[in-house]
Design a protein around this ligand. Sequence first.
Ligand code: LMR
Length: 333
Amino acid sequence: MRKILLAAAAAAIFAAPSAAMAQAPIILKFSHVVAPSTPKGKASEKFKELGEKYTNGKVKIEVYHNSSLYKDKEELEALQLGAVQMLAPSNSKFGPIGIKDYEVFDLPYIVPNKAALRKVTDGPIGQRMLKLPESKGMVGLAFWDNGFKQMSANKPLNVPEDYKGLKFRIQSSKVLEAQFRELGAIPQVMAFSEVYQALQTGVVDGQENTPSNMYTMKFDQVQKYTTLTNHGYIGYVVVANKKFWDGLPADIRDQLTKAMKEATAYGNGISETENSESLEEMKKAGKTQIIVPTAAQNAAMRKAMEPVYADVAARVGKKLIDEVLKETQGVTH
Ligand code: LMR
């Protein structure tokens, strides 16, 4: 916390856009927790490239990958305090700061494919949801993709019974907590940067994540089995510190908005390929055995997780769940 406060004070003095510093570039620190060679890592680098180009170097964008500045929980505090100017936390990580609606994307099987997801994020629901961070001193700029989550552990995970009693690392989402409880497992919230070691030392038995996150963090080297469940989705909300964003000269803000739009199209365009390539790399490395569940096993998993919708309806809002379901699957619960 002290580190964040000191950085925030320094940021206020040195990095705030002001007339007195007309010649000095505006520094935009973009912090995130995954590797450079992931969909988010590559989209953030694209934003840096385009943002600096479109502003003719008037903005210097510093991207900090791999939790090198802040870990999950800290980075949201740092953004609110102005120690960094931009982040892209996963939907699952906004609950602890009081934005629960994004957890709707954590519901099992709510996103059947990317086309259905786009209908939500690019439509009226997405536009409305992008406004949510404003009450917390942030501006929502875009939705970035990662991909579909797979389950892993040191034992084969085929059917719901296989999860009983196992400890699973989760992101800080109540929906994910309910999901693992329905499976009879023990969920444990943990920062992304701590997962590899927790898996290696047996602090937790398993985890759920996308192939790109698993491969770049070497989770596949410390988990004997990975089951291709595709039961959930990881995506991001790109947010900026509101004071910083609103305080930018209008032309600069427009140029950065344009850069963000193009970086979003680029990142969302490569996310599927990035994830299938990571899965192929995991197969090649051969450290984790890839399990493809049968249709019956998939159906059993779906059935076991179905009660999560009712469990968290009060938290996420039944109306929102129904709205999203209508877009993604044409059904209501
Ligand atoms: C996780 O914590 O597992 C992911 O949200 C990390 C990320 O940013 O993709």
